[in-house]
Design a protein around this ligand. Sequence first.
Ligand code: SF4
Ligand SMILES: [Zn+2]
Length: 356
Amino acid sequence: MKINKSFAERINYIRETELQSRAHSKKIVYWEEDSRLRSEQGKALVFILPTRGCSWALSKSGGCSICGYIYDNPQQTDFDSIYDTFQAILKNKLKKEFAYAIKIFTSGSFLDPLEIPEELQLKFTEELSKYEQIKEIVVESRPEYIKGSTLQKIAKVIDVSILEIAIGLESTNNSILMNSINKGFFWEDFEKATKIVKENGAKVKAYLLFKPPFVSEYDSMRDMLQSVKRIISLEIDTISINAVSIHRGTYLSQLFEKHQYRTPWLWSLFYVCKNIKEHFPNLRLICDIVAGGNMRGAHNCGECDQEVIQAIKNFTMSQNVDSLGEEISCSCKNEWKSNLLHEKISISEQVSQKYM
Ligand code: SF4
Ligand SMILES: [Zn+2]
């Protein structure tokens, strides 16, 4: 049993209500950003394709407790227009002088045939093979859609060694996956999917989630360290730590609105990155902070937020732990430290009443 039934029922109740106000936009969203490629600094061209969205979020289990991406996915998709726009953007935006990572996201799973039919998965990836400046291709997928047969077909149209499949593992702790996130899969499923990706010559990136509900800041810091160790044992060289931000229409947003959840402290991320990189210097460690400095994202006191965010960004780009080496000082550091202790106590009280 990979779900906690009463937790999943509560999430699904919220989901079904909120899905009534789902988006209708069918436009591709895209942007360009600086990016840390495996061997150099470069650019990333990021696409969000308007597919029907994550099948797990649309299932009777309600999807993940923290995720509201599904509300931005349209109910109808128009693949002809998506593909034409995708082609045109690549043609107009890719410059010869830069090395690029192309990230094709769907707010779900690129390899889920209900989101993108298999022949279109191949068409999208094949289009990328026309551009020499593309050094990395990143798609996201839940483990259950990662199949050897699919990867073998993709390997016929692109150099599969530049393909990275990003999996939102979030934690290697099955209890967190089941009771905090409602992820619907376990560490062992991730392990199996990783094996398939590697056997077929592609790469895996793991996303970890910093501070899901019912896990205190301190325990989440410990969980990040333990999870990184376990992931590295599978010879995965890229891990992205994503700090929770509050998505509307989610189980977590209800906790947040009832003042039963505080978004992560930037200090915690700062020290988690520092600690991990010092222990695993060869790991490409990315830390993604959405809505940083904002109450709905990772934040400190307001005075030091931008400085800490910038230090973490510099670190992600350079992979040089010295970017985090200089002590940034602010009086809120003491508050953060005492919060690490007190939150642990209040969370254990919360857990006992959690599905009420
Ligand atoms: S976090 Fe990923 S798997 Fe979970 S509901 Fe969102 S898109 Fe789906
Ligand atoms: Zn501060």
